[in-house]
Design a protein around this ligand. Structure first.
Ligand SMILES: Nc1nc2c(ncn2[C@@H]2O[C@H](COP(=O)(O)OP(=O)(O)O)[C@@H](O)[C@H]2O)c(=O)[nH]1
Ligand SMILES: [Mg+2]
Length: 390
């Protein structure tokens, strides 16, 4: 059977690959999937992605990986957290670039296809997994049956939720008038997000199309607000973290790739290079907000103790940055109490110079990642002042 690896769900690919491996390698792989050491498990930041078919989820993954796997000035990069996935991700990005954007990965099936990524520096305490899947899963929930199990589970476990709004459909509606189906999808998606106490970022994909039509982000937001009451509620300013609307384009804005014939074909200009637009911003803004969101959330409780149910990454990061005081209760359980000045301490931890003398390698790596993510969030604020609710 000639199925390219990237079309095979990762679990199946791992099983196929493991079957042909020597025992030592198999052990290593097993350890990676099932017996992940506690320290590594604790570093996982949960990411959920909500998007209808063809909204640009896989293209965003390819573009995000292309962007994040190349170091910027601060040296922060992302790699696949297992060699198998490196090949898959490189393949994905390469095919995206070379096959004229005729994307070779229409995900099928009812499972998520996880792409685990890790920040690539010594001691970096942060991993995340981009869950790609067939958008039909989300469509299924529109028929009133609730979210299919894997998607519901991914959403419940997530620290960061990325809601994908299809920029091509927005561009078409802003040009030709609202379309019930496309509008129904947006309302459904926002309905799922509204009321969730998590870091949420909305991505408007295929921004190249809206940009080409001369639309500003402000116009897009005004358009959405007029047609979706819940959009306004989702973006209310007293949330624990802001729901940004982030323009992204996997193709980029330089006409390297462009759709033709109403989107059915993609043309590539070989004289130009692939420069995705703001593809790393959604996840970076999400990471930037995780700690602030949860500090705000815990501070509203009568007793600001980090619950055992909190994401393991949170407890770990808060401890590394000195935002909590660790104690033991009468039953001998370790308790993490949020410090009163946690928000101020967080600001200092992210901004202060990184010196080996006063912090561990892990804490320095975390601070560097947080600084990198804050810089991208600031960059978004400068480029698109309307991205953040005001
Ligand atoms: N113009 C434009 N089209 C895009 C972009 N990203 C994706 N597309 C188009 O949208 C289609 C669906 O994208 P895909 O990522 O496969 O959507 P998914 O089903 O949500 O994973 C692709 O085949 C492209 O033609 C983009 O940044 N700009
Ligand atoms: Mg896809």
């Amino acid at each position: 059977m000639d199925i390219p690896l990237y079309l095979v769900p990762l679990a199946a690919a791992a099983a196929v690959a493991a079957a042909g491996l020597p025992a030592a390698a198999r052990l290593h792989r097993d350890a990676d999937t099932t017996d992940t050491p506690a320290t590594e498990k604790e570093s996982e930041v949960g990411v959920a992605v909500l998007g209808f078919p063809k909204s640009g989820k896989t293209a965003l993954l390819a573009a995000m990986y292309q962007t994040m796997s190349r170091a910027g000035g601060d040296g922060v990069t992302v790699r696949a957290s297992h060699p198998d996935h490196t090949d898959q991700l490189n393949d994905l990005a390469q095919r995206f670039e070379e096959l004229n954007g005729v994307l070779p990965f229409p995900n099928t099936g009812t499972q998520l296809h996880p792409y685990p990524l890790a920040f690539d520096m010594p001691g970096a305490p942060l991993r995340f997994t981009y869950p790609d899947y067939s958008g039909e899963l989300l469509r299924e929930s529109q028929r009133g049956s609730g979210l299919p199990e894997p998607l519901a589970e991914s959403l419940d476990k997530a620290d960061i939720v990325l809601g994908i709004l299809d920029g091509a459909k927005l561009a078409a509606m802003m040009r030709d008038g609202p379309d019930d189906t496309a509008l129904g999808e947006i309302r459904h998606l926002i309905g799922i997000l509204d009321g969730r106490d998590q870091v949420i970022q909305l991505c408007v994909t295929k921004w190249d199309l809206l940009d080409a039509d001369g639309h500003t982000l402000e116009e897009v937001i005004t358009w959405l607000r007029k047609r979706t009451n819940r959009f306004h509620n989702l973006r209310r300013t007293d949330r624990d973290s802001p729901v940004r609307v982030i323009p992204v384009s996997a193709f980029g804005l330089n006409s390297f790739m462009a759709t033709e014939d109403g989107g059915s074909r993609v043309r590539r200009d070989p004289g130009l290079t692939w420069q995705p637009f703001q593809a790393a911003h959604p996840i970076s803004c999400g990471i930037n907000d995780i700690l602030t969101h949860n500090i705000n959330r815990f501070q509203r409780q009568p007793q600001p103790i980090i619950p055992a149910s909190a994401s393991p990454f949170l407890s770990r990061a808060m401890k590394l940055l000195g935002l909590v005081t660790v104690s033991t209760d009468v039953a001998g359980n370790v308790q993490f109490s949020l410090n009163m000045d946690a928000l101020a301490r967080l600001q200092t931890a992210v901004s202060a110079p990184l010196s080996p003398s006063n912090s561990s390698e892990e804490a320095r790596a975390l601070r560097l990642i947080l600084r990198h993510c804050r810089d991208l969030a600031d960059d978004l604020d400068r480029t698109f002042p309307h991205a953040r609710p005001r």
